[in-house]
Every structure is written in structure tokens, then in C-alpha cells.
Design a protein around this ligand. Sequence first.
Ligand SMILES: Cc1cc2nc3c(=O)[nH]c(=O)nc-3n(C[C@H](O)[C@H](O)[C@H](O)COP(=O)(O)O)c2cc1C
Length: 342
Amino acid sequence: MLHWFQNDRFPLYLAPMAGVTDVIFRQLCKEQGADVMVTEFVSAEGILQRDDRTRHYTDFDDSQRPLGVQLFGSDGVRMGEAARKIIDWKQPDFIDINFGCPVNKVVSKNGGSSLLKDCPLLASVAREVAKAVSIPVTAKMRIGWDATHVNAVEVARILEDCGMQAIAVHGRTRAQGYTGLADWDVIGQVADAVRVPVIGNGDISSGADVEIRRAQTNVKGVMIGRAAMTNPWVFKEAKHYLATGTHVPHATVEERFSFMRRHCQMAIARNAHMGELPTLRSMRNRLMNYTKSIPGGKWLRQRFSQIGSLMELEDIFAGYLEHQATHGHEHVVNANMETDVE
Ligand SMILES: Cc1cc2nc3c(=O)[nH]c(=O)nc-3n(C[C@H](O)[C@H](O)[C@H](O)COP(=O)(O)O)c2cc1C
């Protein structure tokens, strides 16, 4: 049993998200209480070709443990070699295999969710990777290819037989992409069908959501993705709720600003070779995400969409406080009309 499931600990995973869950964001979420992290997916071939960019995606530091590196591919032997290479570099706590990615570029090469349609190939990928390494291997999957091919229970049993030590299930089919709702009935069926821990994933955004899913199913942990992008405090809020049954107040505007400032400063320090402007350009969407649910968030988003320096960030914060002092009541009215606060 992986140690982070022992004693009914019910870990909260930060979901792997390409372009989002980089080393900095993972650290920030860890500080908020995320228990287990998985890097964004990297291609086995990228690892084997010693591609610097791919290597960069797998970067982490010890404070983020337990951490898994997620691999995708369709050739189990090559993936096993890539997994060994990663272990030589970084010694992650586990290797995770992606059987869920819906993106055409990955699916067209038989990777990600396309393996759900080819169980023998899926089994060979899982078996070869498990055989190649001495650290635990886990898997992340969707519930099937489309609504007429929901085969999550069959796939999970195969993955368990092939040595996967935990299975994260995103309750959508490949055809759904990110639309519709995650099917927690199917996630529950998978959790009942295998002995290894199942981590439920899809549409969790609060402690109450975690509690409901825990009560309704036999999942041994949950994984949170998009909610963490807009509200990384979700881990702290969920832990507090699980421990006490009460809601902790949402992060204040000041807490949000200090989080945003820190995220930008860490990104600038890490990308010193790039310079401040390109780094902050790459931060624009991230910052805009953090304004969801702040009164007057639209005002902030308009400014963040142009931001180019840390000094501007401070000006925007100060401008926002002034703007709220004079126009805040309008936002409250707007909020009641659901036009300004999402
Ligand atoms: C921007 C983005 C990138 C993602 N990248 C990955 C990835 O690299 N590997 C993976 O297994 N899932 C990836 N996912 C899927 C998430 O891990 C997760 O399964 C999905 O968002 C559902 O969880 P949620 O409802 O909590 O967001 C990605 C999702 C998003 C939104």
C-alpha cells in the first residue's frame, strides 16, 4: 500500500495539468495543503532524446514529495526505459501513466485515452513500465472512449493485474473532453471493483464536494484540477472542512494579492534568463484565473491582460483598492445581478 493512503489518510492530489502544474505552482499548492502531486505529462520519447524542455517539466524539489512523474506513450518498453531515465535523474516517488489525455496529437499516436480502445496494448504498456522500474507505478484514466464504450471497470481490473498500485479515474469519456459532468457512479463502480486505491477525479471544488464523494463511493482519495487553477486555497479549505465540518472563510483579497505577487516573483526568479516582460506575459492567464470570485474581478482581469512588470502588478493592486473604495458598492450590486463576480 502506498504510504500516503495508509491509516485512511484520504490524500488530496493536485491533478496533473499541462502548462499549469509546473514546479512553482506545485510548490504553492503544497503550501496550501495538497498532499500528492503529479507532474504534467511528458512524452517517453522526449525523455529518451534528452530533450531539455521535457526534462524541465519533470523538475521538482523534495518538499513536493510524494511526487509522481507522468509519462505518456504507446510503447511500453520505450516508456519503461524513459521511466528508468527519470528515476536516475530525479528519484520521484512513483511513475504515473497517462491513459486519459483526449488531445488529438497524443491520441493519433496511440497515446493517452486512445489506449482505452485497445486493452491488449494498454496492458502491455502498463506491464512493461511496471516491470522496468523498482518504484511504484500508478495510472490515470478516463472512464472510456465515448458514451457507448464506457469500460472503466474492465480497464481498471487490467491495470491492477498489470501491477498498477493506484488508479486515478477522471469521470469523463474522451469524447466529453471537459464538457458535461464527471460520472461519479462509474468512478464508484471502479473503486468497488479493484483492491488498489482509486482516486476520484472530476468537478471537485470544495470540502463539501470531497466529503460527498467520500461518503458516496469507496474512493481512497480525490484529485483536484481546474478548481485549483482559480482557487489554490481549495486544499486548505477542503482540509479544514473535512477536519471540522465548518467552512473556513475564503481567501481575502489581501491573501490573493500576496499569493499572486509571490507566484510572479518565483516565476521571475526561476526564469531569470527570460527577463521580466516575457515571464509576466506568460503569467497573464494565471493571474486572471486568480481573480475569479473576487468582487470587481473584471476590472482586475482587464489590467492583468496587459501586465508586463512587477511594478505594474503593485500599481494594479493599489488601483484596485482605490477603485473598490469608490465603486465597490456597484460591484456588490453587479454581484447580486451575477454580472461581475464569477
Ligand atoms: C489545462 C489542463 C491540462 C491538463 N493536463 C493533463 C495532463 O498533463 N495529464 C493528465 O493526466 N491530465 C491532464 N488534465 C486533466 C486533469 O488532470 C483532470 O483530470 C481534469 O481537469 C478533471 O479534473 P477537474 O474537474 O478537477 O479539473 C489537464 C486538464 C487541464 C484543464
